[in-house]
Design a protein around this ligand. Structure first.
Ligand SMILES: Cc1cc2nc3c(=O)[nH]c(=O)nc-3n(C[C@H](O)[C@H](O)[C@H](O)COP(=O)(O)O)c2cc1C
Length: 349
């Protein structure tokens, strides 16, 4: 039988950990009871731009859809819902995780206050001998925080600060949209999406509030068989998305950080996903000699047609600003992709 896990989000930094945990548990077919504190609303908005609904039933619907939960698999309870199963020792969850956990909630649980449903559920979990995991977040920890953690550890709780190790060289995995154009940091890229694989990719990115990667095509074409992308690309953050015509998504995206592809694989639908190393953004990238004509051309067009023809910034001495040239068709993409890569990155150091 799949376990029942209570997850409590409190108002500490680290909301992405908490929501990723909920998503992963649902994917693993666990039953999830979700609780969140008042302060969690503020942090969720701040860190993920997510408005946690004040009503539990609305939150249940929102997260159920977001994480494709089965009916009844995800239940959300209000902070004073004393009839919730987690509030009673006769129906405790198999485990409870408070992630992220404020030092305030940590202290309340250590003191056995049970003043709201999170504190009560933690108390019940401990007294019933079930696993209680707290993911505290504060820095530095004071003697009070450490004493509370020690007290809880002695009572059987697991204190598990989110301290990711770097020895396995963590990478970021992004879906790749290979195109016949190059997106530069800060540049605007409108896209029409109609292939199933990229529709799914867009939906996932919107759902997770994550960007996808745009790479110039090295070999192949934009539609049909998966193309081979160049090794360097740029994250594309979706700013607007609408479907005015059935089956066609119109996206407005803006270029974020550059990345270097470290490894890639192609999924069954033909969507490429890549392990990428992000390239630190430089203050500016000098325009290489071979692009200087392009920079001058851009300057002339803006002088003649006005600033509004291309997205800001109009930094003609910065190689990253020459991306509007793609609209003129004057620079082969290959050169632009080299311009994108023309900066120090992790693989070059
Ligand atoms: C953006 C933001 C970040 C915060 N980060 C932390 C944090 O990392 N750790 C912490 O203990 N409190 C943090 N706080 C303060 C708590 O939210 C505050 O103490 C709150 O009363 C905790 O209530 P709760 O434990 O019921 O969620 C943060 C508050 C805000 C607005």
């Amino acid at each position: 039988m799949k376990p029942t896990v209570a997850v409590a989000l409190t108002g500490a930094s680290g909301m992405p950990y908490g929501l990723r945990l909920v998503e992963t548990l649902i994917r693993a077919e666990a039953r999830v009871y979700l609780l969140y504190s008042q302060a969690a609303h503020v942090v969720a908005k701040q860190e993920l731009d997510i408005a946690l609904p004040p009503r539990a039933s609305d939150a249940e619907r929102m997260f159920g859809e977001r994480y494709s939960a089965k009916p009844g698999q995800l239940r959300v309870f209000g902070r004073e819902d004393w009839f919730a199963p987690v509030a009673s020792g006769s129906n405790p969850p198999d485990a409870m995780v408070i992630c992220p956990c404020t030092v305030g909630t940590l202290a309340a649980v250590a003191a056995g206050l049970s003043d709201n449903l999170i504190e009560r559920a933690a108390d019940v979990t401990l007294k019933e001998g079930r696993k209680l995991i707290l993911v505290p977040r504060e820095t530095p920890f004071s003697a009070l925080h450490l004493e509370n953690m020690l007290k809880l550890a002695r009572a059987g709780a697991v204190i598990l600060p989110a301290n990711p190790g770097f020895y396995h060289r963590p990478k970021r995995v992004v879906p790749i949209f290979p195109l016949n154009t190059v997106l530069f940091p800060g540049g605007l890229l409108p896209l029409r999406v109609f292939e199933a694989r990229y529709m799914d990719m867009t939906r996932e990115c919107l759902k997770r509030n994550e960007p996808f990667g745009v790479c110039l095509i090295h070999q192949g074409s934009e539609d049909g068989a998966p193309a081979v992308p160049e090794g360097v690309g740029c994250l594309a953050k979706i700013q607007e998305c609408d479907m005015q015509q059935q089956g066609i998504l119109n996206l407005k995206t803006r270029g974020g950080q550059r990345f270097r592809i470290l490894d890639r694989k192609t999924g069954t639908q033909g969507l490429i996903s890549a392990d990428v190393g992000l390239i630190e953004s430089d203050a500016s990238v000098a325009v290489p000699e071979e692009f200087s004509a392009c920079a001058r051309l851009l300057q002339m067009v803006v002088a003649e047609k006005g600033k509004s023809v291309f997205a800001e910034p109009h930094a003609y001495d910065d190689a990253r600003s020459i991306s509007p040239c793609r609209k003129l068709g004057s620079v082969p993409g290959f050169y632009k992709s080299r311009g994108l890569a023309a900066a120090k990155g992790p693989a070059e150091n």
